[in-house]
Structure formats: structure tokens, C-alpha cells
Design a binder for this molecule. Structure first.
Ligand code: 5GP
Ligand code: MG
Ligand code: MG
Length: 178
């Protein structure tokens, strides 16, 4: 285990098994359709790459980068789009792929933004879900795992731009950021 981790929550094997199951579920739900998968940079990248290879349907890729306004460490709810998608999503079936849903403020904003662009449907897929952090009515349509209200890193998730390439998911030691 990485020395900065308190403990491992999900191993590579557990992640793999869950991602395969999500891919199967999405493949069944979207039978006969084409999907536009929109990965939210940068945290969703690792999950995105694994997930799309388990969806046995035509999938177009696009990416978006968003950040919360303000200097606060908490999500403010006002989201700034730093990089937009370049796909025309009108009448397309969009799945937003995220690393983790915490307050839900980022995804609520992005989902509504995509609906305004007249997508045929917009669903949310997140590897992780932190139910205790929720401050909106947003809920994921496809969720890998629920996690406790701790700071999680690995499998794409960072702290200060590091730990994204750890292949499993764990809780960061408080001593690293306290
Ligand atoms: P929210 O749902 O609060 O709008 O924001 C979700 C975003 O906050 C995620 O995409 C992720 O970038 C970040 N985030 C929330 N919880 C955690 C966590 O436990 N670990 C890491 N590394 N990022 C988190
Ligand atoms: Mg994110
Ligand atoms: Mg981050």
C-alpha cells in the first residue's frame, strides 16, 4: 500500500469487477443506441478509459473541464467551464462520467447545462458516491461504490495533483493535508 494512505477501500480486482458490471448494465440499458460519453477532467480519466471498453455499443468520446468559482476548498455551486465539449449533443444520449459525486453541485450544473443543449437524454455515471456530502437532489444513475465521508485518492482522484495513478482506491492520511 502507498505510504500516504490510511487504508485501501477498493482493490484493483474489486474495481475491475465493478466496472465490468457497470459496462454490462449500460450496454443493456442503451441497446440499439449510440452514446456520447463525456469524461470530466481530470479525475474521471482512469475510470473513463476502463468503463468505455466494457460498453459493447458505439461510444463517442468527449471531455469537459469544470471548476468551482472562488478560493474556498468547498464546492461553491457556481461552476466555471474551463474546457467545453466539441461534440454537438442535440438529440444524443449523453452519459457524464465522473470520478466522485460529493455535494453534487458540479454535476447538477453540468447536467442542466447539457439538457439545455437539447440532448435526447443525460445520465450520470460516477465511480464513487459520497452520500453524506450531498447538498443537492442529484443522484447518480450508475454508481461504482458508495464511500464514507473521508478524503479519497487513487484511480484518478488526486490531492494537490498527485496520487491519480495509484491503481486502487484508498483514504488519504490526514497527516498529509492537516
Ligand atoms: P461536488 O460533487 O462536491 O460538486 O464535487 C465533486 C468533485 O470534488 C469531484 O469531481 C472531485 O474532483 C472532488 N472531490 C470530492 N470528494 C473528493 C474526495 O474524497 N477525494 C478527491 N480526491 N476529490 C474529491
Ligand atoms: Mg471531478
Ligand atoms: Mg481534484
Amino acid at each position: 500500500m502507498h505510504k500516504d494512505l490510511e487504508r485501501i477501500l477498493f482493490t484493483e480486482e474489486q474495481i475491475r469487477e465493478r466496472v465490468v458490471a457497470l459496462g454490462k448494465q449500460i450496454t443493456a440499458d442503451y441497446d440499439g443506441k449510440e452514446i456520447v460519453a463525456v469524461g470530466i477532467l481530470k479525475g474521471a480519466i482512469v475510470f473513463f478509459a476502463d468503463l468505455v471498453r466494457e460498453i459493447k455499443l458505439p461510444v463517442k468520446f468527449d471531455f469537459m473541464a469544470a471548476s468551482s468559482y472562488g478560493a474556498s476548498t468547498k464546492t461553491s455551486g457556481t461552476v466555471r467551464i474551463l474546457k467545453d465539449i466539441d461534440t454537438d449533443i442535440e438529440n444524443k444520449h449523453v452519459i457524464i462520467v465522473e470520478d466522485i459525486i460529493d455535494s453534487g453541485l458540479t454535476l447538477k450544473y453540468l447536467k442542466e447545462n447539457f439538457e439545455h443543449r437539447k440532448a435526447a437524454s443525460v445520465k450520470l455515471c460516477a465511480m464513487l458516491n459520497k452520500p453524506e456530502g450531498r447538498r443537492t437532489d442529484i443522484k447518480g444513475d450508475y454508481i461504482g461504490f458508495d464511500v464514507p465521508d473521508e478524503f479519497i485518492v487513487g484511480y484518478g482522484l488526486d490531492y494537490a495533483s498527485t496520487y491519480r495513478n495509484i491503481p486502487y482506491i484508498g483514504i488519504l492520511k490526514k497527516s498529509v493535508y492537516a
